[in-house]
Design a protein around this ligand. Structure first.
Ligand code: URA
Length: 244
């Protein structure tokens, strides 16, 4: 970016929430800031906030003024779509007042609850859903027990589903109460109904399914139907996970 065009780096950093302009100048002075992979030492460099990649301590910051990165706790019964021809409630209903045209990253079944990311950053969305980046997702599944001791081993080793083999990266029994058992599964496979099909295959159809994390982003105590903006460290970790 030339000297005249663009916006001064410290101003862009301050607008992205890194700190005051003076604090940002100090970070630049200390050699903690890079633009498009190049360490910046001099003050006053002009950048394009929409296209240049700015990192502080190797953590990418969101400089795009129109970029939105959101986390929704999708309630049960809501369709992951912007509109539904059958008139059911959709994720689109929750964001229709926004002007930034965010879109859901991948899908959760209508009956699945939990963490769904929304963004208008097409490249990030593409990478998060592309199998080659193997982004791990965590699910809590309620099933009817008892669950035999070898179920975790079988799911880790892999089972054959109708569209090919599938396995979990991690599996644990979280709790059991009466005949209800809560399982936690971590997997990077994003195929349709994958958790339901995996648990069906070992004889434990899912009664309730909640996604609790996507890569470094946790659902936490966010209430159902609520949307929040991702925090800068969460976003930096997401970018890092998919080499952006
Ligand atoms: N696996 C499922 O079976 N359903 C989801 O919504 C997500 C993962």
């Amino acid at each position: 970016m030339s000297e005249e065009q663009g916006v001064r780096l410290q101003k862009v950093m301050a607008a992205a929430g890194v700190g005051s302009r003076r604090a940002c100048e100090v970070l630049i002075e200390k050699g903690r800031v890079s633009v498009n992979g190049q360490l910046v030492r001099e003050q006053g460099l002009r950048v394009d906030p929409e296209t240049d990649v700015v990192r502080v301590d190797d953590m990418r910051i969101n400089t795009g003024t129109n970029r939105a990165y959101l986390a929704l706790n999708k309630p049960r019964g809501m369709v992951t779509a912007m509109q539904d021809p059958e008139g059911r409630p959709t994720v689109g209903d929750l964001v229709e007042q926004r002007t930034d045209r965010v879109f859901h990253v991948g899908r959760l079944d209508a009956e699945t609850e939990g963490l769904l990311l929304l963004t208008n950053d097409g490249e990030l969305s593409h990478r998060l859903t592309h199998p080659s980046y193997e982004v791990p997702k965590t699910y809590l599944a309620e099933v009817i027990g008892p669950v035999a001791r070898d179920v975790g081993r079988r799911l880790r080793a892999g089972v054959d589903l109708e569209d090919g083999p599938a396995k979990v990266d991690d599996f644990r029994l979280v709790s059991s109460s009466g005949n209800r058992v809560m399982l936690e599964l971590v997997l990077h496979d994003g195929r349709k109904h994958i958790v339901r099909r995996l648990l069906d295959s070992v004889g434990h159809p899912v009664e309730r399914l909640v996604r609790t994390s996507v890569g470094p982003v946790q659902l936490g105590s966010q209430r159902a139907g609520k949307i929040r903006a991702l925090q800068p460290p969460e976003l930096a970790a997401l970018f890092k996970m998919v080499d952006m």
